[in-house]
Write a new protein. Structure first.
Length: 225
């Protein structure tokens, strides 16, 4: 894979940050699969959970798996771009992570970068999310996927936190917080832009044109997933 260095801005900090429109009940969400395939029953269960939360879920034809990938690289890239352009779609929710998101970055040109949409996913989606941040200054959301979180349900083992998810997707009138489980090494307060993702994939950006610029930011990561 190769990405032309001159096609990427030096830093998203130098650009106007582009946030997607907040979602509301009845917003339309579209499944997309930029990485590995998923068990179809889990995908269906994840879609039903989104509907229980009050969202609409667009019908999507599952791609034919190609080995460890959800489909051919051109197909995965084109599906992602065409779904972004649909005016009836308010956000895209990944089917699962796994491996393969980095392959679709070659020749990935968003045609309407001024109109960002919610992009929800984690794990291997880190590659795509970093690219969208670096290239277009898009704010994306590191959160549950159809077959990796939503299918298990809110509050369940391997599931997701409903309160923080809905706040991140739709709260606009004020900030929100959540309790984090962990050991405090150095107490105090800090503020800044929150960047991060899956540690392994963040590390792969080092020394490349899409390396994260963490100046004036707080870095948050997962060591796995």
């Amino acid at each position: 894979m190769s990405i032309r260095a001159h096609s990427l801005p030096a830093s998203a900090i130098q650009m106007e940050i582009r946030k997607p429109r907040a979602l509301s009940l009845q917003s339309m969400l579209m499944p997309f699969a930029p990485a590995s395939p998923a068990d179809f029953a889990k995908v269906i269960a994840g879609c039903e959970e989104l509907r229980r939360l009050g969202f609409q879920v667009a019908d999507a034809t599952p791609p034919s798996a190609e080995g460890y990938f959800a489909g051919p690289v051109d197909g995965r890239r084109n599906d992602f771009l065409s779904e972004l352009e649909r005016d009836d779609v308010d956000g895209l929710v990944a089917v699962r992570g796994g491996y393969g998101s980095n392959y679709i970055l070659d020749n990935l040109e968003v045609r309407r970068p001024e109109l960002p949409k919610v992009i929800l996913g984690y794990s291997d989606l880190t590659s795509l999310q970093i690219y969208l941040w670096k290239r277009y200054a898009w704010v994306t959301l590191y959160g549950p996927m159809l077959a990796a979180g939503f299918e298990a349900g809110a509050g369940a083992a391997g599931g997701y936190d409903k309160q923080s998810l809905l706040a991140a997707l739709g709260k606009t009138n004020s900030g929100w917080g959540m309790k984090l489980e962990g050991e405090t090494l150095v107490p105090g307060e800090a503020e800044g832009r929150l960047l991060g993702g899956c540690m392994t994939l963040v590390e792969t950006t080092l020394g490349t044109p899409w390396e994260l610029d963490t100046r004036d930011s707080m870095w948050c990561w997962r060591t796995e997933g």
